[in-house]
Design a protein around this ligand. Sequence first.
Ligand code: IPM
Ligand code: MN
Length: 365
Amino acid sequence: MSYKITVLPGDGIGQEIMVQALRFLKVVAEKFDVSFQLEEKQIGGTSYDLFGNPLTEDTLESCYASDAVLLGAVGGYKWESLEHHLKPEAALLKLRKSLDLYANIRPARVYKSFLEASSLKNEILDGTDFVVLRELTGGIYFGQPRGYDKNEGYNTMRYSRPEVERIARQAFEIAKTRGKRVTSVDKANVLEVSQFWREVGKEVHKDYPEIELNHMYVDNTAMQIVRNPRQFDVMLTSNLFGDILSDIAGMITGSLGMLPSASIGEKYALYEPVHGSAPDIAGQNKANPIAMIASVAMMFEYSFQMSHAAKLIDEAIERTLKKGLRTVDIQQQGMKLVSTVEMTDAIINQFEEVANEQAVGMFLL
Ligand code: IPM
Ligand code: MN
């Protein structure tokens, strides 16, 4: 098999963690019967500096012609005062919208060797394994009217029936493959749009009697994630609420530097870390490459049906952490502080080791 991937390193640490992700693609291509055709393009501030536009037609065309898109991160102080539509973040939003990537999957899973690193106690955290399913192309991020002048600023949170139906369906489908529970998060005690979200969710649920559905207000959910995260399996939520809740979920699992994400539509898919471009440590070989590498694993699983490769990567990350290697964001006493490149070297070594063990295992069978 051969797959075409558009590679968008973006800004800040996006550049250096993407280099590490590409090393992984090479290793996987050598191990498995698969090849990757990579096309690197610009997005975000880097694109703005080159072309005066944070997302060019050329980049979009390449994404349309790809089997998957890999993205590093966008944003940075340098571009903060640009007009709204020229900001790096606007490019990311436009890309998500153009590819119709309505379902954003952000797993919140705790690596076992990592329990100590969380700001939560072990006994609260142990066994936490849920996914935030965030609606990504609607809601207040895109609703019209929007704008501001001297006297007021406004945005509109709106959802159409098809938008809620398709994301709710995704939630139930994902729950089928997991713990069979969906928590739909809203603010239905205040917002009509949430009332609507809740009603449509209930209707879609009728097709999934084997899945348990409950509803939770977003403020309570924020509290429940840090009080008892094990209660969640699939958290279904709208764009803005999902943005906020996935950062909370990321932090309880140790560091945002560990969390991958998949954004999926009917035709296209994009994989990116949940963390941002971290301009303060960019270019210093300090960034944690794990979220990016785990995003590559998600790409193997969701876009290429190579879940065996995805599992090997996850296992390699787990073993590397167990060996005590830590980048600066997850630094702990008594552990070995390593750079971006060293962390990737170690994960690749572990990957080779696990793959060989499995090959030997298969041979003996
Ligand atoms: C995220 C980010 C983006 C978002 C920004 C960079 C536009 O915070 O992917 O969570 O708000 O969706
Ligand atoms: Mn965010």
